[in-house]
Design a protein around this ligand. Sequence first.
Ligand SMILES: CSC[C@H]1O[C@H](OP(=O)(O)O)[C@H](O)[C@@H]1O
Length: 367
Amino acid sequence: MSLQEAVSSLNTLKSQSMKSITWNGESLILLDQTQLPTEEIYIDCTDWRQVAEAIKKLRVRGAPAIGVAAGYGLILAAREAIASAPDEVTQRANFLEFANILKETRPTAINLAWAIDRIVTNIVFPCDTMVAALPLIEAEAKAIDLEDQRLNEAMAKAGATLFEGKKGIRILTHCNAGALATAGLGTALGVVRELYSQGQLERVYADETRPLLQGARLTAFELHHDGIPVTLLTDNMAAYAMQQGLIDAVIVGADRITTEGDVANKIGTYGVALAAKAHNIPFYVAAPYSTFDFTLQKGSDIPIEMRSPEEVLCFGGIPTAPTDIEVLNPAFDVTPHELVSAIITEEGVLTAPYNKSIADMAKKIIK
Ligand SMILES: CSC[C@H]1O[C@H](OP(=O)(O)O)[C@H](O)[C@@H]1O
């Protein structure tokens, strides 16, 4: 399939859902999310380094989406490794080096490491040669993609059970946990889409989510594209909207959830959770099993990505502050489990005590 054919098939697909990642058998086509909402530009990644750059620069972003993209990036990495040397030892060493570079592009979302480790451990290690592993890597990358689509659909149904029999629901969300952050309908926005399809949703209030505006540029774009009523807020309006009685529930995504239910998500989520608590508004997190870190108990141990000062000092290349001042730019914060009303997963809705409900979920998943 050529790039043109892939783009046209993407455009067809977009009418059903916003498809931002497509493997065409030869290369990985990524919708460059840094150019949304004004430009729909696609990158044809024929080299794993392009995938690494795209993840680092948030051309592809969202915990599940970067895991799916990295999985396909490993196909490109394996092809290069095989061509790089005649002997298996060097080929394998080069592949593992490339895989580590991909894994280190972003530290917080566990899905990135989860996808890479799944392919390296379950596919590459058991194979005698990289040549034998190559088709199996491609099959596993596709399996991760298709699995995320299925998990999104299951989460959407599970999340909707929290609103059984309710109408006129108004949801506040933060950042983008939609189709652009996953391989399917989205996590938080998957629940939103399900409620909308059942005629239960009145409106989504979307935080713009500074500094990179994933809410304004991506969530508002997705929901408007799908005809779902959306009101855009600046981040400092979320508490006001709750105080004015405009919000019935908050639903956000996640980048890493610990065994105690502490949740790392886009910076600003913790403040939204505090405001929701103060206004007795349920605060829900939607995430697939691939976002849970079953090795980590405390949210304080989650590595938080610190990004460049330029993202705060400028927008669209236009300075919005003196450019020679100190900047704090954590990409994520951690919401303690005490502020989380429930965690929506493909296995159903988890409630406190999370150390028990997450452990029970893990038993079902980790065979
Ligand atoms: C489906 S969860 C997506 C999750 O990832 C986002 O972060 P980023 O845009 O930096 O990749 C944000 O935390 C979302 O909630």
